[in-house]
Ligand binder design. Sequence first.
Ligand SMILES: Cc1cc2nc3c(=O)[nH]c(=O)nc-3n(C[C@H](O)[C@H](O)[C@H](O)COP(=O)(O)O)c2cc1C
Length: 196
Amino acid sequence: MGVNGGKVNIVVFRGSPRREGNTDMLLGETLKAVSDGNEIIQFTLNDMNIRPCQNCGGCDETGSCILTDDMDDIYSAIREADRIILASPIFFFGLSAQTKVMIDRCQSFWCEKYLLKKTIPSGPHGRKGLLLLVGGMKKDTGIQCAGATATAFFRTISVPEHETLGYLSIDSKGAIFNHPSALKDAYEAGAKLVAL
Ligand SMILES: Cc1cc2nc3c(=O)[nH]c(=O)nc-3n(C[C@H](O)[C@H](O)[C@H](O)COP(=O)(O)O)c2cc1C
């Protein structure tokens, strides 16, 4: 029998500061597909107290961050996660600052994995990720840059594979509704993410 009787623990990072904006709407479709019976923890990063990484070296030998703030809950949730969904708008060709601050604080996982040679153990259904990105420009530099950062994040927290959905030319609030396939894609990616 799998985790929670065949169900999975899903950790969701909401990376946009704009409530009910395009990232939220896209994520909402994914959540519809994964909600049934699974354990879901959501972190709205804009509402959290997370200090930026200080590069103090405090995690080098322990794999644990010496700062104490809302990251404590995120560290525990990541350790228990079977599926991780990272959703962010593109800001200045990268992930939102809210998302990046959280990712930088995962340097302690980097130390644990690459210096101390310990990977976070996965449950019986493995660990998988989903990256949702929305940008207002036509140019795909933001998807490439944010995608590279998110890939580093996922591998650091021992998520070996993830799917990416990225949408461009989506700018004003609600513009995602006019995209021909985005919402359907997001639903289907969610269904695939939890298919065991
Ligand atoms: C500070 C800021 C920087 C932005 N930089 C980019 C960018 O570099 N590339 C891009 O495609 N869109 C950029 N955008 C547009 C947003 O990605 C776009 O409006 C998106 O739909 C916002 O998603 P949300 O509604 O979930 O917040 C930027 C928006 C803001 C506020």
